[in-house]
Structure formats: C-alpha cells, structure tokens
Design a protein. Structure first.
Lengths: 418, 387
C-alpha cells in the first residue's frame, strides 16, 4: 500500500482499478460464478453509475461552496421530467439542455432560500424533496397525459442521443474510417487474466451512449475547474472560509449561487440520463430510485473530490448493474465474499494500529457477511438496493478520520458576520 | 466613549415604546406564518389558473367540503399521524438534532408492530399495548442506530438517518414479501397477517356522534387520536416541567455550556434520538389500525411532512397541532379538487412545499429584523445614556 501511495494520483487510480478487477477475476474463479468481470457488466456499470456520479458531482459543487444539498433527488426528478419533455419536442440534445435547466430551477429555489435568506439547508432540501415529485406529477397530468403513449406517471418513449465507440481501443469509426479493434483482438485470444482486463476495458470503450461519454468527460473538466481555476478556488473558499474570501473582495453570495445552480444542473443531467434510453427510456415516476441520495453517498465515500465521486459512483453502480443482469443471484452472492474479505482487511489494518474496537467490529461484520455467503446460494435483489447505504455507513464508521468535508458546509453565511 | 467600568445604561424604556414593542412583537410572530400562507395562496391561485380552472370556485369547493362533519372527521384522522411525526421531529430539533429518519423509523416500526400484532391473540388491552410497545421499541432502535453512529463515531445525524432510511426501505420490501399472510399466495401483495379485532384500537366515533349526528357509513374517528394527544401532552410536560427536559433544551442550545453544568451532551443526544425514534415509531399505528395490517403500499412521506409540520409549529405542541391540521386540510381538499375535476390533487403537495419554504424564510427574515431592532435599540440607549 505504501508503494501505491507514492504514485501520482491518476496512476494510483488506474493501479487500484486493475487490482480491483484482478481480485474480482480471482473471486470469480473461486466462487465459480461468471459475470463479475464481463465486458457487458463493465459497460452496464458505467451506465448505472452515471446518474449517481452526476448527482454526486452536483453535491460536490454545492458542498464545496458550503451549501449542503439534500434536495438532489428532487432536482433529478425535475431534470428527468424536463429532459423527457425536451427530448420529445426538440430531440435528445435539446432535451439534455432542458433537463439541465429543470434541475437548475430546483436549485435556484434552494439558493434563494439558503444563500439569500440563510434558511437551514436541510429544511430547504426537504421542501424540495416534498414539492418536486408533486410538480412533475402535476406537469405530467397537464402535458404527458395528452401525449400518445404518455400517462400521468410516465412519458412516451424517448429517443437516444446516439452511440460512440472509441477508435483504436474498441474499433470505433474515425471520420468514416473504421479503426482497428485492439482490445477486441486481445479478447479473442482468451489469455488468462489479461483477457479479463481487456474485456473490461473494451466494455467501457465500446458502443457507449453519447450521454455516458459526456458524463464521464465531466470528471476531468470539473477537477480542473475546481482545483486549477480562479472560479474553482473562489467556490472552494466559500465552503472553507467565506469570511476570508469576503475580505479579499470576493462576492461570496454570487459564487454560492453559481455553485448551487451548477449543482442543480448536474443533478438535472443525472435525471435526463435516467430517462434516456440508456437506462429507462421513458420518464417514469419514482425511477430515480433514490439516485440522488446514493449520489450523496458517493460524494462522502469519494471524500468530496471529483475522482472520488466517480469511484464511489462506480462502486455503487457495479452491484446495481450486476443485480439486474444476474438473474439467478449467483454473481451477487459472490459479492458477499468480496465484502467479507474487504472487512477482514479493515480488521487486520485496525489490529496493526492497535485499534481493537474497530478490529472486533469490522471482524464481526465481515464474519457475518462470510457466514451469509456460506449458508446461502443466492442473494435477493433487495440487498443490492441497500448496499450503497450500508457501504457508506461502513466507510463512515471505519474511515471517518480520513474523510474531510468542506469546513462550513451546512452553515448559513451572512455578509459581515464571522 | 464608555469604558468597561462605567455603570450600565439604564434599561427603562418609556411606557409608549414598551407598548409599541409588544404590539410589534405580536405582529412579528404572526407575520411569518400569515405571510407564508398568503404567498402560497397566491402561488396556488396561479397554478389553478394555469391548470385551466377557476381558482375561486376551487377555493369555494375546498371550504364547502371542509365545513362538512365527515370531512372534519377525516381531517382529524389524517392529522393524527402527521402530528405524531411532527412531535418526533421536534424532539430532535430541541436537542439540535435533525432526525430526518422518521420516514424509515415509522415504516420499520409499523411492519414489525403489524407482524407481531398479527401473530398473537391477546386480551384487548394487552394486544394493543404489545403493538404499541413493539412499534416504539423498533422505532427507537432504528433511530438509536443513527444515534450511536452520531455519538460514538461522530457521523453527522442527517447523513446517518438518510442512509438508514434507504436501508429501511430495502429491508421492508423484503420483509413484506417474507411475512406475507399465509393462505393468500394467489393474492400477491396483501401484506402481513390481519390483526385480530382485539388488537385494534376502538374508534372514537361516539364523540362526534353524541355531539353532532350519526356518522354510520361515512367514516370513523380514529382511536389513535388518544395516542396523539397523549404524545403531545407528554412532550409538553417532559420538555417544560422536568429536569430532563431542561437539560435537553440546554444541551441543544449550547452543548458546551450544558456540559459545564454537568449535562453530558453525548448521552443527551442519544436519549433524544431514542425518544424521537420511539415517538416516530407510533406514526404508522393509525394506518395499521385502519387497515389491520402492513400492506405493500403503506402510506409514505409522513416522516418528511412531519419535519415540515414541526417547523411550521416552531416545535411547540400546540403549534405542531395547528400545522398538522393545516396539512390535513390541504390533503382533504386535494380529494375534492380531484373529484370535482377542478385540479390535480398534486397541487396540494406543491403548496406544502411552498408553505414550508416561505414559512422558514419568513421566520428567518423576522429573526433578522428582530436582531436589527435590538441592535438599534441598544445603540439608541447607549447614545442616550452617554450624551
């Protein structure tokens, strides 16, 4: 682990991913399940993780500016509705724009309440959570119910924004020329382990939706904006020490507004993604499935950093994608062993640090997971649903010292008050 | 300049300003809720107008509907769980804790209570008592989990309760399937075993019936109302008339000062969480008593709305009651709007959100004005005494 810590961040992430895939491949062999490391599983993980990641990025912007946004799920619902409406009337890309605006509209309410009036951020979020589903239901009754194939809880089918395959890696087109499919070539050779890696790599480069590509392209963009630009620095000072920022002549309110609006816009994108043919294919009531809350979990697990949010979202998207494709419950079952091993590792780590309470706790939970693995053959789908929440609680329980949220997140700020 | 050692300026405002300030204070206290309701009224008028119906006709329908005895009974029925949920949230607020997990706690409590209630047959009082105790214990346990994570691991209670809500919904989805009433395999989604009549709290229809007229066939007044009233009374007494309540409030206002005074903040936080969850566990009782079981489409959202109601009522037992009745009135009105074809009933949830936001904004604005007034008054007195 020490050697890993010395690597540059980007390389470290790649190394960790590779180790993760290898571990899964080994577990796949041990438990005799298949599907843990297939290319289609990797692609599905990307798709299922995208809305969670977008919600998490939304939370990232807001919390970096010191505004907690638990209304993300509501903003996703708004984004989903407006996205569907825009897609039906003006096509998928316009739909994306409308969805982003819809999410930002919800965020505007949040910004007015929390930034201008200093209302408790959780309360404002709760109000948005109560009102957003009602707003979209109302709009659906007024608008979607009159459409052909629409109803009061859903829209007609939506059109896709198109697909994209990476050239050279997975044989995508490059200006009309079909490039070679390198990863596909490796897969066909069926080398042990190497082919597992290349298959996963091909899964995340082949036949992706345009929305997926845009969503993941946002990660480096947001990382750059937040850490390498003046705007990002100012957004972060709003969350760390607004009074200091104000003393430097920064208009804290304006940056908080901007960050909260961006937060809603990203959540809105997440909503559009859920409604897009990549996942749902229609606007449907309740289909965010708490993605906003899971996004918030990804934000915490990802330690309030863009790449961390992505990692958290992939971590949560993986079992979800697996659960949907794993009809006999066998592969999901193997995850219990993964969980047990990770928890045992945590226990060992704590033992070496002489933190015996945590050792016992992690060991006990890991033991329970192992026991469950041994006495059962399959795991029901409900377990997949609650896994993100359990993971975040465990991460907070065992690693809360390594997490650091922006210093003033959750606190109201008033000009001239310190 | 006044030095530190100078005598304090005299704090005796002239009688006319005292009367002014009382009046002003009263005005201020009312400004926020009245302003919020007016604002939401305007918002609703616009929405109804857009929906293509006559807003004033709709309001006429709503008031006409609410003036009927049946509607009033149903309003009280709807207000009962909302009130309990509001008190549950308020207990947390008093300790400066945000228990947004009432949503998960009451559902978790309800399914366990309904399951246990359906599995046993006991003489009336014991059966009902058992159901209530199970509900409270499960609610308290689920909230206590968040409480322990907060006190022992420093995990923010908002995050902990949000996550536990997610877990609760998943677990319940599973429990509903595994605790499905037997002999009903064809009837998927029927819920837990029906609770024998001995476990059902008798209704209170005799009260409106002796006071007004017969209600047979048009609805019953829920007996859970008694529990709600008891919860309100206990909440009031506990908070304002006991040492524990004093310590809880002190700890919520300033944990450090309270700690210096010998009140351990951790233990108070955990106790508040357990109490909040215990009361929260009772939220689902009304629905269980009504349906006789926990069914898969058990009523949701009561926890979130309880937070709004606690805020509307400023955590005061009577204020929460007003908030719960307002919420219930909106809900009852939504039915008539829907039935008359005037407007989709979702308009009411939008109104709730708008009321909630405008009320908290109103409270915030009022408190800012108060602070400013106070500062201005203090400054005025200071210049008066030094000049």
């Amino acid at each position: 682990m020490k050697a890993l810590d010395r690597l540059p961040t980007s390389l470290r992430w790649m190394a960790l991913t590779a180790i993760g895939v290898l571990a899964l491949a080994v577990i796949e062999i041990i438990t005799d399940s298949n599907g843990l490391t297939t290319g289609s599983q990797a692609g599905a993980t990307l798709r299922w993780a995208a809305p969670i990641m977008l919600a998490g990025l939304g939370g990232l912007f807001a919390e970096r500016a010191g505004v907690v946004n638990i209304g993300l799920d509501g903003m996703m619902i708004l984004g989903m509705w407006f996205g569907a409406w825009g897609t039906i009337n003006y096509g998928p890309w316009a739909g994306l724009a409308f969805g982003i605006l819809g999410g930002a509209l919800g965020a505007l309410v949040h910004a007015i309440a929390t930034v201008s009036f200093g209302v408790d951020q959780i309360i404002s979020g709760v109000a948005i959570l109560i009102a957003a589903p009602a707003v979209t239901r109302y709009l659906s009754i007024e608008i979607f119910a009159d459409y052909d194939g629409g109803a009061i809880t859903q829209s007609p089918r939506l059109e896709s924004a198109g697909k994209f395959t990476f050239p050279f890696f997975a044989g995508g087109d490059l200006f009309g020329w079909k490039s070679p499919d390198m990863l596909g070539w490796f897969n066909a050779k069926d080398y042990p382990i190497v082919s597992d890696l290349t298959e996963v790599a091909r899964g995340i480069t082949f036949n992706l939706s345009m929305f997926t590509v845009v969503a993941y392209a946002l990660i480096p963009v947001i990382a750059f904006v937040l850490w390498r630009t003046r705007f990002g620095l100012r957004v972060r000072i709003c969350g760390e020490n607004p009074a200091a920022g104000e003393s430097q002549g920064i208009n804290i309110y304006a940056y908080k507004y901007a960050a909260v609006l961006l937060s809603g816009a990203l959540a809105g994108f997440g909503g559009v993604f859920i409604a897009s043919p990549e996942l749902g294919g229609i606007y449907q009531e309740g289909s965010t499935n708490s993605a906003g809350f899971i996004g918030l979990s990804a934000l915490i697990v990802g330690n309030w950093r863009p790449a961390g949010v992505m990692a958290g979202a992939l971590l949560f998207g993986y079992p979800r994608a697996l659960g949907l494709r794993d009809l006999d419950g066998g592969s999901t079952h193997a995850l219990l062993l993964v969980a047990a091993l990770v928890l045992f590792a945590v226990a060992v780590g704590n033992f070496r640090k002489r933190n015996y309470t945590d050792t016992v706790l992690a060991g006990a939970i890991g033991g329970a997971s192992l026991l469950w693995f041994l006495i059962s053959d399959t795991v029901a789908d409900w377990f997949i649903g609650i896994l993100p929440f359990i993971i975040v609680l465990l991460v907070l329980t065992f690693f809360s010292q390594r997490l650091r949220m922006p210093a003033t997140a959750g606190q109201a700020y008033r000009k001239g008050e310190t | 300049m006044t030095g530190l050692m100078d005598p304090l300026p005299k704090m005796t405002p002239s009688p006319s300003t005292a009367a002014d300030s009382t009046q002003r204070r009263l005005l201020m206290a009312l400004a926020a809720p009245v302003g919020a309701i007016t604002f939401s009224f305007i918002a609703a008028t616009i929405m109804l107008f857009i929906a293509g119906s006559n807003p004033f006709e709709a309001y006429g329908d709503m008031l006409g509907h609410a003036s009927k005895l049946e509607t009033q009974v149903s309003m009280i029925n709807r207000a009962t769980p909302l009130y309990i949920s509001g008190v549950a949230a308020a207990i947390g607020f008093k300790m400066n804790l945000f228990n947004i997990g009432v949503e998960g706690q009451y559902r978790m409590a309800a399914i366990f209570a309904a399951y246990v209630g359906g599995a046993v047959a006991l003489p009336g009082v014991f059966h009902i008592g058992l159901i209530i105790v199970v509900a409270m214990l499960v609610g308290a346990a689920w909230a206590g989990l968040a409480g322990v994570l907060y006190t022992h691991r420093g995990i923010n209670e908002v995050i902990a309760t949000i996550m536990l809500n997610g877990v609760a919904l998943g677990v319940i989805a599973w429990l509903v399937r595994s605790w499905q009433a037997e002999g009903n395999i064809a009837q998927v989604g029927v819920g837990t075993e029906r609770i024998e009549s001995s476990g059902i709290i008798p209704n209170l229809s005799w009260i409106p019936e002796t006071l007004f007229r017969d209600l047979t066939g048009t609805g019953e007044l829920t007996g859970v109302l008694i529990i709600a009233i008891a919860v309100g009374v206990i909440y009031h007494v506990l908070l304002n008339r006991t040492i524990f309540g004093f310590e809880l409030r002190a700890s919520g206002l300033n944990p450090r000062a309270a700690r210096a005074g010998g009140v351990p903040p951790r233990r108070m936080a955990l106790t508040a969480m357990l109490l909040s969850g215990g009361i929260g566990g009772l939220v689902g009782i009304a629905e269980i008593m009504d349906k006789g079981r926990y069914n898969p489409n058990f009523v949701g959202g009561l926890g979130f709305n309880g937070i709004g109601i606690a805020l509307l009522g400023r955590n005061h037992p009577a204020g929460i009651a007003v908030g719960a009745l307002l919420w219930a009135f909106l809900e009852a009105s939504s039915d008539i709007l829907q039935n008359q074809g005037t407007a989709p009933k979702e308009i009411i949830d939008i109104m709730r959100g708008v009321i909630l936001l405008t009320v908290v904004i109103g409270y915030e604005v009022v408190s800012r004005i108060r602070k400013r007034d106070e500062a201005a008054r203090a400054a005025a007195r200071l210049t008066e005494s030094t000049s």
